[in-house]
Ligand binder design. Structure first.
Ligand code: DX5
Ligand code: ZN
Length: 223
């Protein structure tokens, strides 16, 4: 397994001081910045676009930015986010007509491609494209909002994906997103995740360093 990565979702940050929030979360020990893009079409919410991603780069953020596209269609946003400084870009397979083409667009634009699975999305979408993936993102809530509860069945789905990755012999990260907290992160790691998105659990606390350290302590106990 690769080293665990903690990726705070800035969806739960204070947007009136986003640059400062991202600086603080990285100084507190976060590895990656998770960036949730919602279009009020694929999901019933509207958030942030490439302009904000680029503003973070201009502000001086050098950490990886993990763009999670909850948009339909997908391809034009891939190009715009690559230009805006995204590091990882993932999308939901049912939101594009041509999964392989969208993945190739991400690769050709120099970013790391990922596929996202909702709680009820079948894993067959992985067939034939595993070799193109840098990461698989499993949603452990239905997409659209921060602050929802972790769906417990996600642990079984994580185990299935972990087995698929291990069988493939490919170097693919397994990212989990939704309802991740200090008190469940260990079980989530033990089910096979190695990258952890957490929004409300981190930004909802006054001391970001403490909560990230608590998460790392829990992860150190995982086996
Ligand atoms: C939900 C987003 C998540 C969300 C996580 O659609 O993809 O990244 O912000 O938030 P929490 O950690 O609060 O569930
Ligand atoms: Zn997300």
């Amino acid at each position: 397994m690769k080293p665990y990565l903690i990726a705070p979702s800035i969806l739960s940050a204070n947007f009136t001081k986003l640059g400062e929030e991202v600086d603080n979360i990285l100084a507190a020990g976060a590895d990656v910045v998770h960036f949730d893009v919602m279009d009020n079409h694929y999901v019933p919410n509207l958030t942030i676009g490439p302009l904000i991603c680029n503003a973070l780069r201009k502000h001086g953020v050098t950490a990886d930015i993990d763009v999670h596209l909850m948009v339909q269609p997908v391809d034009d946003m891939i190009k715009q986010f690559a230009d805006a400084g995204a590091s990882y870009i993932s999308f939901h397979p049912e939101a594009t007509l041509h999964v392989d083409r969208s993945l190739q667009l991400i690769i050709d634009s120099g970013c790391k491609p990922g596929l996202v699975f909702n709680p009820a999305t079948p894993l067959q979408h992985l067939d034939h494209v595993m070799h193109k993936l840098h990461h698989i993102l499993l949603m452990s809530v239905n997409p659209g909002f921060g602050g929802q509860s972790f769906i417990p069945q996600s642990l079984d789905k994580l185990k299935i994906i972990r087995a698929l990755i291990d069988q493939s012999g490919l170097d693919i990260r397994l990212e989990i997103d939704g309802g991740v907290k200090v008190d469940n992160i260990r079980a989530i790691a033990e089910a096979g995740a190695d990258m952890f998105v957490a929004g409300s659990a981190i930004f909802g606390q006054a001391n970001y360093h403490n909560v990230i350290q608590q998460m790392r302590s829990e992860l150190a106990l995982a086996n």
